[in-house]
Design a protein around this ligand. Structure first.
Ligand code: GP9
Ligand code: MN
Length: 693
């Protein structure tokens, strides 16, 4: 303890002495005087990055983000620090080259942003189509003043150099040891700035940085230079991952599918062959909300109607990892699992996939996707080329205004309304078509409450007093909680869904169309809110006491099992037919492709899931973290614990074999994506054999 104190006192003294020396000897002033060129380099580069934010993000908070300025200064100082290793006469050239590169980054991103409201990525360079687009964009944009403004940076830098040159600053001679010292000091300064930046990073900053898909956020918080450096890293990482272990991965892949049984025909085979398809990606829709009502009004009356009139798979799980929406799209489309690191949509968008649109295209379908958000969200613009959509209607295809915006973007009601007009056109031109519509309004944090419309989640009770008089008392119940706001938001999304079905019907688009709806993932709501939902005590406006006999804990297993999402297949005329039922066998998103494939007449040999009407009660749903669930048991691989879900005894062997199955499936799935094993060029042997069959 004493030693620490002495150490601290010593440090304090040293620091005091250092600051005194800095002040008295005008260290900072002298540094600026002696390093005018370097300072000019840093200032011009940081200013350019700030100007870019100014043009792209129209709020002071964004373009004057001190975090971004700090990060930019740290990066530029670090990059520039190497200049001191050179002789004074060569320093200008080095800094000018750096300055031009940094300026070019700003110009490219400025042009790119004008076209795509997002920032550029080097991974896109592998897509020739992209190069074409950007090439055109640059030519058309070349006269836009705002894209040229960045050139003032290097010009100002050159002027500074010319003025200094008159004083022969580059003729100075310095010692090699001084050069090293100066480099290290400058690097140290950049390091301190970087450290301050890291210390102010929130967990949201860190997670978005790792995922790299919310580009606007990264540029806003980290500046364009850190964004671009991180982009280079995330773009080459998949290449590095796939450099080692191809042969082993390929053998495991071949063995795995050699053991799989070919599917047999069943009562669902080809029932919808040739029908048009609308798939609805229900943002954050959860099955447990479907059975809830407030004041006698269901949270999801329209979803419930579709479920009761069509096929409703009530024991259905989405299998997402950190890629949330994009992971559910991946698994739905390809019957593959999310990747172990990164996300398939962002890191592996150039791989070959046996996807629903591609398989339907072989059946003569025209395929499209609709989502009124920025096309670069989750890198959809690129990934959709690999998934095989022929047309992607994104934000720029919709009329979006402040009035019709909820949460992340265009409101679901408006999105559906505008989409129906587009579908009408497609229907007129194409004989068979398939469209995926991705909803957006019901997205966390569910805080746009005033826009969801009236739906109260409070509780009214009739209280009888001692004198026999009665009064209606309102208790807040779920009002003001995140779960309560979720119900309001979901009620809105459900009403948008109802309007969509009506609009489709009025346009005559339901006659030959199958509606498929899936919830993309759970809404990531606090467990304590569920405890409040099921254990509300009106007297205390709080959760019942655990000792209370009415207390029913919503534990971590219930929470996990409660993450079910709806999966519904519906047509206008299904009600009362043999196809109108609720299906209880456990099912996962990866079973959708094979299940609907059997109904629409296509087959993907490399699906990891199963046609649910073939595998029935023997199904197993594997989660990306290694957990799995069957009709009988839920297994938590992290805790090595299970929860029995039926009366059947659970054997050790069942746990072991299912865990092995889950691990093997996850490995094979990851290898298919990382090593691009479905690409005929990489895996010619396997593909040739398939063709011969
Ligand atoms: C983004 C939307 C939401 O366009 O699909 O993605 P999420 O945050 O749910 O992954
Ligand atoms: Mn989502």
């Amino acid at each position: 303890m004493k030693r620490i104190k002495i150490g601290y006192e010593k440090l304090k003294k040293k620091a005091k002495k250092y600051f005194k020396h800095m002040k008295e000897d005008h260290v900072i002033r002298n540094y600026f005087k002696e390093n005018v060129l370097f300072v000019a380099f840093v200032i011009t580069a940081v200013l350019n990055s700030t100007v870019l934010r100014f043009f792209c993000m129209h709020s002071i908070e964004n373009y004057l983000s001190w975090k971004a300025v700090l990060a930019d200064t740290a990066v530029v100082t670090f990059l520039g620090s190497f200049v001191y290793l050179l002789k004074p006469k060569n320093r200008f050239t080095y800094l000018l080259i750096c300055n031009i590169i940094l300026t070019a980054l700003c110009v490219i991103n400025s042009v790119y942003y004008t076209f795509y409201t997002s920032f550029a990525s080097i991974s896109m360079l592998s897509l020739t189509q992209y190069i074409g687009d950007v090439g055109d964009a640059v030519v058309e944009n070349v006269l836009q003043l705002k894209d040229m403004i960045y050139i003032i940076g290097p010009i100002a830098f050159i002027i500074v150099h010319l003025r200094l040159k008159k004083k022969n600053y580059d003729k100075k001679v310095d010692l090699k040891s001084d050069r090293k010292k100066k480099t290290l000091h400058t690097m140290g300064f950049a390091g301190v700035l970087g450290l301050i930046f890291l210390m102010t990073m929130t967990s949201l900053d860190a997670s978005r940085f790792m995922k790299q898909w919310n580009k606007e956020y990264i540029v806003m918080r980290f500046g364009i230079y850190v964004y671009q450096a991180n982009d280079v890293f995330t773009s080459i990482q998949p290449k590095i991952n796939s450099m080692f272990g191809f042969d082993k991965a390929n053998k495991e892949f071949i063995d795995y599918f050699a053991e799989r049984e070919e599917p047999k025909e069943n009562e669902m085979t080809n029932i919808f062959k040739g029908k048009n398809i609308i798939v609805i990606h229900g943002e954050s829709m959860m099955t447990n909300a479907m059975s809830l009502s407030f004041h006698g009004e269901e949270v999801t009356p329209n979803l419930n109607r579709l479920a009761s009139e069509g096929m409703f798979f009530s024991n259905f799980y989405s299998q997402v990892s950190v890629g949330t929406s994009s992971d559910s799209e991946l698994t739905y489309n390809t019957s593959l699992m999310p990747t172990k690191s990164g996300t398939a949509f962002v890191s592996y968008s150039d791989r070959t996939f046996n996807s629903v649109p591609k398989l339907l295209k072989e059946q003569g379908y025209y395929t499209f996707s609709m989502h009124a958000n920025n096309a670069d969200f989750w890198n959809r613009r690129n990934m959709y080329n690999s998934i095989g959509y022929e047309r992607f209607y994104s934000k720029s295809d919709y009329e979006v205004s402040k009035e019709n915006t909820i949460g992340l973007g265009l409101s679901d009601k408006e999105f559906f309304r505008q989409s129906v007009e587009k579908i009408k056109e497609v229907n007129e031109e194409k004989e068979h078509w398939y469209g995926l519509l991705i909803m957006l309004s019901n997205h966390t944090p569910f805080s746009d409450v005033e826009k969801y419309g009236e739906y109260n989640v409070d509780m009214v009770e009739t209280v009888t007093y001692d004198d026999g008089s009665q009064e209606e008392v309102t208790y807040p119940y779920m009002e003001g909680t995140k779960l309560g706001n979720y119900f309001k938001s979901l009620h809105y999304a459900d009403s948008a869904l109802g309007e969509f079905i009506t609009e489709l019907d009025e346009a005559g688009l339901l006659e030959n169309t199958v509606i498929i709806l899936y919830g993309d993932h759970d809404a990531r709501l606090p467990k304590k809110d569920y405890n409040l939902l099921y254990n509300y005590n009106p007297e205390t406006h709080d959760i019942r006491d655990e000792e209370d006999e009415l207390y029913r804990e919503y534990d971590s297993y219930q929470y996990e099992l409660g993450r079910k999402v709806p999966f519904i297949i519906w047509t206008k005329d299904m009600k009362g037919s043999r196809l109108n039922f609720e299906y209880h066998n456990v099912m996962g998103m990866y079973d959708v492709q094979p299940t609907i494939g059997n109904m629409f007449g296509y087959y993907n040999k490399y699906a990891l899931g199963h046609d649910i009407f073939s595998i029935k009660e023997n199904n197993i749903v594997v989660f990306p973290n290694g957990n799995w669930v069957t009709n009988n048991v839920y297994y938590n691989s992290q805790k090595a614990e299970y929860l029995s879900l039926s009366d059947q005894p659970i054997t050790e062997e069942e746990i072991t074999s299912n865990t092995d199955y889950a691990n093997r499936l996850l490995d094979v799935s990851n290898n298919i994506i990382v090593f691009d094993l479905l690409n005929p060029e990489k895996n010619a042997g396997v593909m040739k054999k398939d063709e011969e069959q």
